[in-house]
Design a protein around this ligand. Structure first.
Ligand code: ZN
Length: 343
């Protein structure tokens, strides 16, 4: 008989835990091999066609100097994401990858405006991503919707253009808008009218804030932009007013542990406040941010939560329930997803 070490028995298998992903960027999650395949197919020039080289160029180091350095890794995938066919394929593959991590439902985000270089309209871009979702849902036991990112470095008019383009897809593949990209202090003021319009149209709203700049951006995102969830938000830790606001309002923080270390949102993994947040009743979810750029998966992020923060079954059940309750879906869908916990 094979003797099983006690430690082996006690280690929780993170791979098979059911998961919900709320924060995943499509362009940061393209398989490196697909970047090469699509570039060859379309005659797009890459710095190299060697898989190892492309991996090196599309994965951000653990020690980035800043969020801006991290964001440079998106140039390469974006080069091959300028046709509907390619976008559809990349969405399909992302959902296939998530399926193997036991993700039950995911919200995939991307900025349609970054995919119009070859003349596609933003509506065509969105439609092709929805086609990818529909195809994956036909083949796999996983569902998804899209979050449309407006870019913080562009104008409010640009944001409104994306909001208008996605309007007809609300409830038919699109659930929300987001503000993404490099974070400056006080960015919210520029987008008040755009987010008001989005809300009127029926979009849900999530905003990247408190990642590379102060907790005040989190307050502004909630109070001025109507954010229902916050991308990252880890900087609330040292600001009592923001912390209490997030806690009282039950605003979900979409936490991405590996990415938070890479972008210097936190100074090290062991100092990440995720466990303190969870124990104190802050609503948190665990996400990849970017499978390729952060060289991670949902299973990897769960392992970090297990190994560094001591998450066990109770904590993972809490994260799953928080995540389902914060999804931009109707109550019927939430009930169905919550039933997974009892299986
Ligand atoms: Zn993000």
């Amino acid at each position: 008989m094979v003797k099983v070490e006690e430690s082996e028995v006690l280690v929780m298998d993170c791979h098979h835990i059911p998961k919900i992903e709320l924060h995943c960027h499509l362009d940061g999650s393209v398989r490196p091999k697909t970047i090469i395949d699509l570039a060859k197919k379309d005659g797009i020039e890459l710095p190299s066609y060697d898989l190892e080289e492309i991996e090196k160029l599309s994965i951000a180091p653990m020690e980035c100097s800043s969020l801006d350095e991290y964001l440079k890794r998106f140039d390469l995938p974006l080069a091959v994401m300028q046709s509907g066919e390619n976008i559809e394929k990349i969405v399909f593959e992302l959902m296939e990858d998530a399926l193997f991590e036991n993700v039950k439902y995911m919200e995939i985000r991307f900025a349609p405006v970054l995919h119009t270089k070859n003349g596609m309209s933003q509506k065509e871009v969105i439609q092709s991503a929805i086609n990818g979702i529909k195809r994956a849902e036909m083949f796999f036991n996983i569902e998804a919707t899209l979050i449309l990112c407006c870019m913080k470095h562009l104008s409010e008019e640009d944001a409104i253009e994306t909001i208008e383009a996605g309007k007809k897809f609300i409830g038919k593949g699109v659930s929300a808008v987001d503000l993404a990209g490099g974070e400056e202090e006080g960015f919210a003021d520029k987008f008040v009218n755009a987010m008001k319009l989005a809300k009127e149209y029926g979009y849900h709203i999530t905003v990247h804030a408190g990642e590379a700049a102060s907790a005040q951006n989190v307050i502004d995102s909630i109070e001025k932009l109507g954010a229902e969830r916050i991308g990252h938000g880890v900087r609330i830790e040292n600001n009592e007013e923001t912390y209490n606001l997030v806690k009282e309002k039950g605003v979900m923080l979409e936490i991405c542990p590996t990415s938070n270390v890479q972008t210097k949102a936190v100074d090290s993994m062991k100092n990440h406040p995720i466990r303190r947040f969870l124990d104190d009743g802050i609503k948190i979810s665990v996400n990849t941010d970017n499978r390729t750029v952060s060289n991670t998966s949902m299973s990897d992020e769960f392992e970090v939560c297990r190994d560094v923060f001591g998450f066990g079954e109770e904590e993972f059940r809490k994260v799953y329930a928080h995540s389902v309750n914060a999804l931009f879906v109707d109550d019927k869908k939430k009930e169905k997803l919550l039933r997974v916990l009892n299986q």
